[in-house]
Design a protein around this ligand. Structure first.
Ligand code: SF4
Length: 648
């Protein structure tokens, strides 16, 4: 096991100290131990300063190993109410120069604060604090920019010498983090010569930005430096890493990387690349659209919508983005260059685009880009926001909400049967108006959704508008797609029509599950989903990019052994820590609960039928709720007995 050097920064007192911890393999282990055993953050309100943000690098940073530089954030999620982890591409490449393995942010500043970290000339750590005056004025407009992009421009203008000298990276939050529970952390890759932003990246799921902003009043962290004392020398050079990995693999390292990552780089079979270019060709018409209604539609209609996706979304992406060849990395040396970027430096990925595009009946590439751009500007988790907007669009179309209740003057065109691509721009305008109104607090309904999360808002709406729900014959919960945790927590799923994104697992909303398009018996599914969750745990704990999983998973144990001499059964280790996460979720009232939404149950039924599970299809058709309860309970029972813990 490893020993790590951790910088604790208290933003109430502006004091800091370095502590050492042993017996961990990476930042996720560290974050779990600190939250569970030291700060006991489960015992406080989610925005209490005891909800520390632990951010750290994996043990294989150094520059030589591609994909080893994700920065890992561990925090108690204001969305799920349980322990959560989000990762930020390439940011550990700058963080490793600070000279510590991790940073813990404690306390709460009186004013919005920027923390500057770097190694000083004598190799020691230097920490500086700067108050941001009038942050909301900056968010409103700085140098022609809004939101989190304006804050980053402000930091670049005022602290450029620090950033350039320390080759520093900025991790900042936008207004969404101060006003909602699903605020993201934004971190652009900067050209240190021209000061240009090359590409933007995010740690978004679970609301890490909201914790930074509301629990600590931290608006940004700026980190860099050149203290590499903690980094093993072999990790600093590509040739030594390449030699090691080639020996482990028994074949060329670079060749293996190219072979196993083509989906994210450029796939000759689909003639596109990145998650956006590849997923629409891989999943074809089976991607979620119109608030997850895909599988309810006839095959003819699905074909029609798929044609719209290809012609209005995918082809323009290929013409405007792929053919431009403006591909970047997330900020670390990496030959995959998965970041496909438009002319404004904004990256195009499948999940935000699908959530704020087809899910809302917006298919025109430029229209979707406008909506994603605004969500990003304010610093929202675009996946969460997409699911929330899809729920609102359906509530409007089913007359559960009136446009004026959301500050709108009309409804979107949201009927797939009569849909025409010309409705795209109208729907984009509605989405943009909702995002603006949510951010500016212009609608009480949107305020509740933002500040208390979707699940609490659904319950409040079903209560306050009971007459309306009776008239329509649906509760608000019945048209939203989410997974409940404990009494108040939830998460909305990633955009894959897979039981795994809805299954009762300890952490959802990222890839700690199976998300292939298949339906199986619950025990078989739970075994495969748990296996995937543990492997994803190990990737995150090592700060590794999951796009490398096809080769690195098999050989991670070898890397720990060769670089650190650590011999450990990694799957056993991951299981132990996954159990600790469950222990935390139990203490924080955030264990999985049975689905509350008939839409989710219907979705599972259509998956069972669509993916060829005759037995479960019949069970669902006979009695949807009983079938869902049986599948859910058997899934949970399997996990409980496999892990040896009480899981609900
Ligand atoms: S594949 Fe993409 S996200 Fe992963 S390390 Fe390379 S550039 Fe970064």
């Amino acid at each position: 096991m490893l020993r790590v050097k951790v910088l604790h920064v208290n933003v109430s007192t502006c004091k800091y100290e370095v502590k050492e911890y042993g017996n961990v393999l990476g930042p996720l282990d560290l974050g779990i131990e600190l939250h569970l055993n030291y700060y006991k953050s489960y015992g406080y309100e989610v925005f209490n300063p005891n909800n520390v943000v632990v951010l750290g690098k994996g043990p294989f940073v150094g520059g030589g190993l591609f994909g080893a530089h994700r920065l890992v954030f561990v925090f108690r999620s204001p969305v799920t109410k349980g322990l959560y982890a989000s990762t930020l591409g390439g940011a550990a490449y700058a963080f490793m120069g600070v000279g510590v393995d991790a940073l813990v942010i404690e306390g709460k500043s009186e004013h919005p604060l920027i923390i500057f970290l770097r190694s000083s000339n004598d190799g020691e750590i230097s920490v500086r604090f700067e108050v941001v005056d009038k942050i909301h004025d900056i968010y409103h407009n700085y140098d022609g920019f809004k939101g989190v992009r304006a804050l980053v421009r402000y930091i670049l203008s005022n602290y450029w010498n620090f950033i350039k000298d320390a080759k520093a990276r900025i991790a900042a939050v936008g207004p969404a983090s101060f006003n909602s529970v699903f605020g993201a952390i934004y971190s652009p890759v900067i050209d240190y010569v021209t000061r240009k932003i090359l590409v933007e990246d995010w740690a978004a799921r679970g609301g890490p930005g909201s914790v930074l902003a509301q629990a600590h009043n931290v608006a940004a962290i700026v980190f860099g430096g050149d203290n590499y004392k903690l980094i093993p020398k072999i990790l600093r050079r590509f040739d030594s890493v390449s030699g090691i990995v080639t020996a482990i693999l028994g074949e060329s390292y670079v060749k293996k990387v190219i072979e196993t990552t083509s989906k994210y780089s450029y796939d000759l079979d689909v003639r596109s690349g990145g998650t956006f270019g590849s997923n629409y060709k891989i999943y074809k018409e089976k991607v979620p659209y119109f608030n997850w209604r895909t599988l309810e539609l006839s095959s003819n209609l699905r074909r029609k919508i798929y044609d719209i996706i290809i012609n209005y979304l995918w082809k323009p992406f290929n013409e405007k983005v792929i053919s431009s060849g403006i591909w970047h990395t997330c900020g670390e040396p990496c030959i995959v260059k998965c970041k496909k970027v438009d002319e404004r430096g904004r990256k195009i990925d499948y999940e935000p685009y699908n959530g704020l595009g087809p899910q809302l009946g917006i298919f025109n590439f430029d229209d979707v880009s406008d909506v994603v751009d605004l969500a990003d500007t304010y610093g929202y988790d675009a996946i969460e926001l997409g699911n929330i907007l899809a729920f609102l669009f359906e509530a409007l179309s089913k007359n559960l909400l009136r446009p004026d209740e959301l500050g709108l003057d009309g409804k979107p065109h949201y009927d797939p049967e009569t849909y025409n691509p010309k409705y795209s721009s109208r729907n984009a305008l509605v989405a943009i108006k909702i995002i603006e109104n949510m951010t500016l607090g212009k609608s009480d309904t949107l305020k509740v959704i933002a500040r208390e999360g979707l699940r609490t808002a659904l319950k409040k709406l079903s209560k306050s508008l009971e007459e309306r729900t009776k008239k329509v014959g649906l509760k608000f919960e019945d048209i939203a797609v989410y997974v409940p945790y404990g009494d108040y927590g939830y998460i909305t799923p990633n955009y894959y029509i897979s039981p795994g994104v809805l299954a009762p697992l300890a952490v959802l909303g990222r890839y700690w599950t199976l998300y292939s398009l298949a339906f199986m018996d619950p025990e078989e599914y739970a075994a495969a989903a748990l296996d995937r969750a543990l492997k994803e745990y190990l990737l995150d704990n090592a700060g590794l990019c999951r796009f490398y999983r096809r080769w690195v998973e098999k050989h991670l144990q070898d890397l720990y052994k060769i670089v650190y001499g650590v011999e450990v059964d990694l799957m056993k280790h991951a299981k132990e820590y996954y159990k600790k996460v469950i222990k935390y979720q139990a203490k924080s009232n955030a264990l999985p609960r049975f689905w509350e939404s008939t839409k989710v149950i219907k979705l599972l039924e259509s998956m069972a039928c669509e993916y060829g599970s005759k037995e479960w299809c019949e069970k669902f058709k006979k009695s949807p709720k009983d079938a869902a309860l049986e599948w859910w309970s058997r899934f949970v029972r399997y996990l409980s007995s496999n892990l040896g813990v009480k899981f609900t």
